[in-house]
Ligand binder design. Structure first.
Ligand SMILES: Cc1cc2nc3c(=O)[nH]c(=O)nc-3n(C[C@H](O)[C@H](O)[C@H](O)COP(=O)(O)O)c2cc1C
Length: 187
């Protein structure tokens, strides 16, 4: 008997019309029965400042994010590519989440994919982000690698992912993450 799996899907873009957030919504809609996907953005996370932590602990938005990561069976991160890497918005959040006590990335199954209007699909951003998460002890799924390029042609004007090949790739990624997560004992 397998139990329900809860996946936390974090978008690295704050943009309303974000392709990465839209791709996470598409992935969530592809989830099989018994798998819940919560899509979350990083709005409201302050810039990392050690003084804030020393003065009164984590800011409430950070505490909520840390708790959400801790409670999730696995993480999905969709990252844009900014100047050949992942955006500072993600690095800032990772820095907050990574601080003690009980660093919640440790032993957490995770997958990273990227979406970009460019033809390389933001693959350099995910190549930069994966070692950061691995360094924190997250169990980063090595493959399949999903980088959705030429995004303007693959989403409609309401943000629905209409490209069948991309939908299949996201479904395969989700299936692999579910197996990966169960392999490490969840569900
Ligand atoms: C500061 C900045 C740097 C960017 N650098 C790259 C880049 O190196 N490679 C790339 O494919 N796209 C780059 N882009 C374009 C983004 O991929 C594009 O804005 C994309 O829509 C961002 O993802 P989103 O739709 O989820 O917000 C850059 C955009 C910005 C704002």
């Amino acid at each position: 008997m397998t139990r329900e799996l809860r996946l936390l899907a974090i978008s690295g873009s704050l943009r309303k019309g974000s392709f990465n957030t839209a791709a996470l919504r598409a992935l969530g809609a592809l989830a099989p029965e018994g798998v819940l996907v919560e899509v979350r953005t990083l709005h409201g996370i302050p810039l990392y400042n050690e003084d804030l932590r020393e003065d009164g602990g984590f800011p409430p938005e950070v505490t909520a994010l840390r708790e959400a990561v801790r409670a999730a069976d696995a993480l999905v991160i969709a990252t844009p590519e900014y100047n050949y890497s992942f955006p500072g918005v993600i690095k800032n959040a990772v820095d907050w989440i990574s601080r003690p006590p009980q660093q919640p990335f440790l032993d957490k199954p995770a997958v990273v994919f990227s979406v970009s209007p460019g033809i390389t699909g933001g693959v350099r951003a995910q190549w930069a982000l994966k070692p950061v998460l691995a360094g924190l002890g997250a169990l980063v799924l090595p493959r399949p690698e999903v980088a959705i390029g030429s995004a303007r042609a693959k989403f409609d004007d309401k943000g629905a992912l209409v490209d069948e090949d991309s939908r299949k790739r996201l479904a395969a990624l989700l299936e692999a993450l579910i197996a990966w997560t169960r392999r490490f004992g969840a569900g």
